[in-house]
Design a protein around this ligand. Structure first.
Ligand code: LMR
Length: 326
């Protein structure tokens, strides 16, 4: 009798615990389209995390600034209203000046060089550079090199003078456009299409995946193949929330994150040329190549920006980034 009662109690306890154990809800919010490297990485993270931790986590992905746009998402992360975001590296200056290294114009030769720097000890260190502010970096994620666009061809820096440019919230990018006589304006990503369409700004800069998926090429006459700067991301979480997770959940999420980033990076490498081809095929904007000489002029005009931010960023970090080019 006693045994039967104990057995019944045990079965009841298990059923009860199962019925009441709710999965941990993880909101992953971002500002771009699902088809982009970041959009694809977020969806892959959901798939992998839920597979590795069945019943323990539920990942909700919110693309296109649906939940939080620029300007609000970082605050929301710190308040615990969202658990994972992946802002562009241009959007962290309020939390650490060091990540501004990624905005310096003409610093990296290509994404392979960026990858080498991000994987180096100095690059890895930067993932922990905001923990005192409550932000934990989980990994870097690629998008691609930026292309300049405007309603007139921007062949030389002189062509850029007097035009208004939408920029991300970055003082380095502000200095970059001022260096060529432009008027930069910080605007949230969700406002870019309308700002270009209505002439609030004349031009902007973004990688091919963002240009195509947000139709910027439909409201810009020319896109210059400038590859003059980088747009990559850091996937981050709330450091306090991350620490209090059960160890097995944190382990499963770390693995899912690493694999989803590898997947997103593959999309970035493989699809950049395809997004470029789609923009060209649409025939809405003219895509103009730039000569070595033209790019040399841009590089020379924008180079003083490096010295301006060297103290904030740290010469050691800039040197390590440069060393990754070889
Ligand atoms: C932008 O604001 O242009 C980008 O940071 C958007 C993004 O997340 O790729």
């Amino acid at each position: 009798m006693l045994l039967r009662t104990l057995a019944f109690a045990a079965v009841f306890a298990v059923a009860h615990a199962t019925a009441w154990a709710q999965p941990i809800v993880i909101k992953y919010s971002h500002v771009v389209a699902d088809q982009t490297p970041k959009g694809q990485a977020a969806l892959k993270f959901k798939e992998l995390a839920e597979k590795k931790l069945p019943g323990k986590v539920e990942v909700q992905v919110f693309p296109n600034s649906q939940l939080f746009g620029d300007g609000k998402e970082m605050e929301a992360l710190l308040l615990g209203d969202v658990q994972i975001i992946a802002p562009s590296l241009a959007k962290f200056a309020k939390y650490t000046p060091k990540l501004q290294v990624f905005d310096l114009p003409f610093l990296f030769d290509d994404i392979a060089a960026v990858d080498r720097f991000q994987s180096s000890p100095k690059g890895r260190e930067l993932l922990d550079s905001m923990t005192s502010k409550g932000i934990q970096g989980l990994g870097y994620l690629h998008n691609g090199m930026k292309q300049l666009s405007a309603n007139k061809p921007l062949r030389t820096p002189a062509d850029a003078s007097g035009l208004k440019y939408r920029i991300q919230a970055s003082d380095v990018l502000e200095a970059q456009f001022k260096a060529v006589g432009g008027n930069p304006q910080k605007l949230a990503f969700a406002e870019v299409y309308q700002a270009l369409q209505t002439g609030v700004v004349d031009g902007t800069e973004n990688p091919w995946s963002n240009i195509y998926t947000k139709k910027f090429h439909e409201v810009q006459k020319y896109i210059m193949e400038s590859n003059h700067g980088l747009l990559d991301y850091m996937v981050i979480t709330n450091a306090g929330w991350w620490k209090q997770l059960p160890a097995d959940v944190r382990k499963g999420l770390s693995e899912a994150m690493a694999e989803s980033i590898a997947y997103g990076n593959k999309v970035a490498f493989d699809e950049d040329a395809n997004f470029r081809a789609k923009v060209i095929a649409d025939k809405k904007a003219e895509v103009l190549p730039m000569t070595k000489e033209q790019l040399g002029q841009w590089r020379q005009a924008m180079k003083p920006v490096w010295a301006k931010f060297e103290r904030d960023i740290g010469k050691d970090i800039i040197d390590a980034a440069l060393a990754a080019n070889n």
